[in-house]
Write a protein that binds this ligand. Structure first.
Ligand code: HEC
Length: 149
């Protein structure tokens, strides 16, 4: 026991640690990525040009249809209740449009690199599946729909 304890101490000193080592605060994680991860998510996930304007002229009703046809509905309720993932009620108050866009386009990157998405994965324990949303024809409508929530 004494040997194990001192081994742990040694590992801790050289920075490996003996406990789960993924609990670094969000600021540290963001800082480690060279300031590329902000409130809108990692800039490595490239968004369509002029996305805000596209969302402004998009159709929330079509977005709601896509919520059903693209499979979002299997994991997200429209009220605040949890299904596999969080309910969409108030989602646009929790995240920027750019963050939601990145989550929809590349959830597998977001849960690895974005502090807020990592936290969600920690709480919901299931990684969101990439629904292969078309960034030009589908994404703006989905975002207009999410913005209305
Ligand atoms: C297989 C289940 C699943 C599907 C399908 C899915 N999601 Fe998710 N989604 C999740 C989970 C779980 C989370 C929480 C983060 C995580 O664990 O990856 C999440 C998180 C989100 C968030 C952040 C929610 C919040 O309240 O913070 C948004 C926005 C989102 N998803 C949008 C969508 C959209 C739009 C679709 C359809 C194109 C979709 N998701 C399809 C499971 C899913």
């Amino acid at each position: 026991m004494r040997t194990l304890a001192s081994l742990c101490l040694t590992l801790a000193v050289i920075g490996a640690g003996c406990a789960k080592n993924d609990t670094a605060p969000a600021e540290v994680v963001a800082g480690a990525a060279g300031g590329e991860v902000g409130p809108d998510g990692p800039t490595s996930i490239v968004l369509p040009d002029g996305l805000d304007a596209k969302v402004a002229s998009a159709d929330a009703k079509k977005g709601e249809e896509l919520y059903a046809s693209k499979g979002c509905k299997a994991c997200h309720n429209l009220d605040g209740t949890k299904l596999v993932g969080p309910g969409f009620d108030g989602v646009s108050k929790r995240h920027s449009v750019a963050w939601m866009a990145r989550m929809v386009l590349k959830p597998e990157v977001m849960v690895k690199e974005d502090p807020a998405a990592k936290k969600l994965l920690g709480a919901y324990m299931t990684p969101m599946a990439n629904q292969m949303v078309n960034p030009e024809t589908e994404l703006p409508n989905i975002l207009a729909f999410l913005k209305s929530k």
